[in-house]
Ligand binder design. Structure first.
Ligand SMILES: Cc1cc2ncn([C@H]3O[C@H](COP(=O)(O)O)[C@@H](O)[C@H]3O)c2cc1C
Ligand SMILES: O=C(O)c1cccnc1
Length: 346
């Protein structure tokens, strides 16, 4: 299968400029709403609407397992992935709580959990029963990597078709901070020593082991930094490919993407390396505790909205940041101007 990447248009500069002029007429000292003003101007460029609407948001959670989990690189066992998928179907995961709070459309997609979770409500897009152990073999074939991207593209279309005006991508997959770290090292040349973190909470010995696993997997496969698909196939993960596809799909529909933590942001970097204009549609939701997150945010040139010491994933940090994004659009639509309110301008 050869996945065809959708065309992506840059931001609409005229819409941004009109929104900038409107924001400067609102009843507040010039520039006093700081980054909220910048956010409104960026949202106008992304959507092409001078008064953008971001409700309802859509949350896509992609789930898959990782062969590398067998190397003791997570504080939790692999069964947790399937168990958390079931928990999400019942609405009990962190992301579900915060997604309900913001009135989000939610979808949970199985791209390759080790043991199939048969529950109504799970989108079955299984490509294989977990990726290969990157320490011994490629995580996926090139074909499987392309199929994972296609799943993301399809799910972005589905949630946008149901009305989502912002897309949040989340994930669950024990071992996926190892895969994300390997992708980030492969794409940027970052030293694993600097970007590999403790994930779910590894102790010192586990953390050292995880760094060694990433270093050895990269030495074994030598992924081509200029070929994001090669990187995804060799040291990536099924849900990470799907997240990259969904991010690309949203960007192609001019729907802003609100990024979650380390894993989602690494998926965004993959998407940007595939189609650079994707970067125009990204908003960084929060800064995760995972040390590689700061590194990948810098690579993308994005400053996060929140810094709450989160290290959960699932899309949780992005759902928490959403009210700020919504506030930026309400500021544009609902605040009075100096003229309309009869307030003296300077
Ligand atoms: C109960 C539980 C719920 C989670 N929700 C997200 N993650 C997060 O932790 C995992 C990645 O960390 P590592 O690479 O260390 O395995 C992923 O499942 C991610 O979504 C969870 C992890 C656990 C244990
Ligand atoms: O930042 C994240 O996305 C993250 C960090 C730790 C564990 N799972 C996810």
């Amino acid at each position: 299968m050869a996945v065809i990447y959708p065309a992506i248009e840059p931001r609409n500069q005229e819409a941004s400029e009109q929104t900038r002029q409107h924001v400067d007429q609102l009843t507040k000292p010039l520039g006093s709403l700081g980054r909220l003003e910048q956010l409104a101007i960026e949202l106008a460029g992304m959507t092409g609407e001078t008064m953008p609407v971001v409700t309802p948001p859509g949350v896509l959670v992609f789930a898959a397992d990782h062969g590398v989990a067998r190397e003791g690189v997570s504080a939790y066992p692999q069964e947790v992935t399937a168990q958390m998928v079931l928990n999400m179907i019942h609405g009990g995961a962190g992301v579900n709580v915060f997604a309900r709070q913001i009135g989000a459309i939610q979808k949970i997609v199985d791209v390759g959990v080790a043991v199939e979770v048969e529950a109504p409500g799970v989108y079955n897009k299984r490509i294989r029963a977990g990726s290969g152990n990157m320490l011994k073999e490629a995580a996926m074939t090139a074909d499987e990597a392309q199929r994972s991207i296609a799943v993301g593209l399809e799910m972005a279309e589905a949630i946008i078709g149901e009305g989502a005006k912002v897309v949040i991508v989340g994930e669950v997959g024990i071992g996926n901070t190892t895969a994300s770290s390997a992708i980030l090292s492969a794409l940027t040349g970052a030293d694993p020593e600097q970007i590999v973190g403790r994930g779910t909470g590894l102790d010192d010995a586990g953390w050292q082991r995880k760094k060694t696993v990433v270093r050895e997997a990269l030495a074994l496969h030598r992924p081509d930094a200029t070929n994001p698909l090669d990187v995804l196939a060799k040291v990536g993960g099924l849900e990470i490919g799907a997240m990259a596809g969904a991010i690309m799909g949203a960007a192609s529909r001019r729907v802003p993407v609100l990024l979650d933590g380390f894993i989602a942001t690494v998926a965004a970097l993959l998407a940007v390396r595939m189609e650079p204009l994707v970067a125009d549609f990204l908003i960084a939701g929060h800064r995760s505790e995972e040390p590689g997150h700061d590194f990948v945010l810098q690579a993308l040139g994005k400053e996060p909205l929140l810094s709450l010491n989160l290290r959960l994933g699932e899309g949780s940090g992005a759902t928490l940041a959403f009210p700020i994004v919504e506030a930026a659009t309400r500021m544009v639509r609902e605040m009075a101007t100096f003229a309309s309110a009869g307030v003296s301008d300077r």
